[in-house]
Design a protein around this ligand. Structure first.
Ligand SMILES: [Zn+2]
Length: 340
């Protein structure tokens, strides 16, 4: 008889704890030993001792948080199994951002997969999600409501290109998170044949360079800023500029020539959110699984039980129960509802 995972996995104030490995997963407080699924700030926090993560995630953490933010980084390539205490652990692609991993844990005859943030839609800038059969699947539910269905990215990119054709003199300034979304927009634009230089707010440059170092081709990019204070260039009429979401409606963007603010996020499906941010061109491009993919993935991995870390837990738990899959909300705290 395998030992049920609820006997060896605990939710503690620091986060999810794997007792026989003495290991936390994506803890939100500093701990001696952590496995980190991906580089977003709400999963990859500074101050841990030993950190197991993919080489890309380690590099992203060091770029964002500083070289000394991790006591002892242990890069673990996808598919390579290690033993931590009495647990076998390996990482498999989650398809969320570059280097994002599912964490596969085997102990006492049971296999548990922690998905981290994940998506199933194709993305030219990250590894493809690999489904792993398991007894317990620990999933996110950022977009866990039936209303959330993400359109194909190409359809949204076409909206941007159509707007550029309609307003050839306006500067299209698109809000995109620095890790993942900015690079995906570049990759998707290139996949649509857009080969002109794309201009980047200074805050987006370091991680774009990191992606290039890891072999992800983003095409010609230029700094959109000039001078020490990072003022936007005045000659960007008709161009596409990518900037952090906080910059698209502030003074920085208003200095661009006739700026047309857009934003790429799964949340752009909610009109109110687009309005609140002053977004004229909402692009529904998400790096998370949508409702259909959350359900399809839980069925595909054939889990007897699904534990839901954060997001719209109740709705997803109910829909899984209807499909004969036991479900439980873990209600972990510390994850960002914006769902980077
Ligand atoms: Zn994330």
């Amino acid at each position: 008889m395998p030992l049920h995972p609820d006997r060896w996995i605990e939710t503690r104030p620091e986060g999810l704890y794997i007792r026989p490995a003495d290991l936390f997963i994506d803890p939100h407080r500093p701990v001696p030993r952590a496995a980190v699924s991906h580089g977003h700030a709400d999963h990859a926090r500074p101050g841990h001792g030993t950190v197991w993560a993919t080489p890309a995630t380690i590099a992203i953490m060091q770029t964002r948080l500083g070289e000394t933010a991790i006591g002892k980084p242990v890069p673990l390539p996808f598919g390579q199994t290690i033993e931590l205490g009495e647990v076998r652990l390996r990482l498999e692609p989650a398809g969320h951002v570059l280097g994002s991993a599912q964490i596969v844990l085997e102990h006492a005859g049971a296999r548990v997969v922690y998905s981290g943030d994940y998506k199933r839609a194709p993305d030219p800038t990250t590894e493809t999600f690999t489904p792993v059969a398991c007894d317990v699947f620990i999933t996110e539910a950022t977009f866990g409501l039936p209303v959330f269905r993400h359109p194909p990215a190409a359809q949204e990119i076409e909206k941007l290109l159509a707007s550029q054709r309609t307003f050839p003199e306006r500067c299209h300034v698109i809000g995109a998170y620095a890790l993942g979304k900015a690079q995906r927009l570049l990759g998707e634009l290139r996949a649509m044949g857009y080969d002109r230089p794309i201009h980047l707010h200074g805050a987006l440059l370091p991680l774009c360079r990191l992606y290039e170092r890891f072999g992800i081709r983003l095409g010609p990019v230029r700094a959109a800023t000039v001078g020490e204070k990072g003022k936007p260039r005045a000659d960007l009429a008709g161009e596409i500029v990518l900037a952090p979401p906080s910059a698209i409606a502030d003074r920085w963007a208003r200095r661009l020539p006739d700026p047309l603010p857009g934003m790429a996020s799964g949340w752009m499906q909610v009109r109110q959110r687009a309005k609140q941010r002053g977004v004229e061109l909402p692009l529904v491009i998400s790096d998370h699984a949508d409702w259909d993919d959350l359900l399809a993935t839980a069925e595909e991995v054939q889990a007897e039980e699904v534990w839901i870390t954060h997001g719209r837990e109740e709705a997803l738990a109910h829909a899984l129960e209807v499909r004969g899959i036991r479900a439980r909300a873990l209600s972990l705290i510390g994850f960002d509802e914006e769902g980077q």
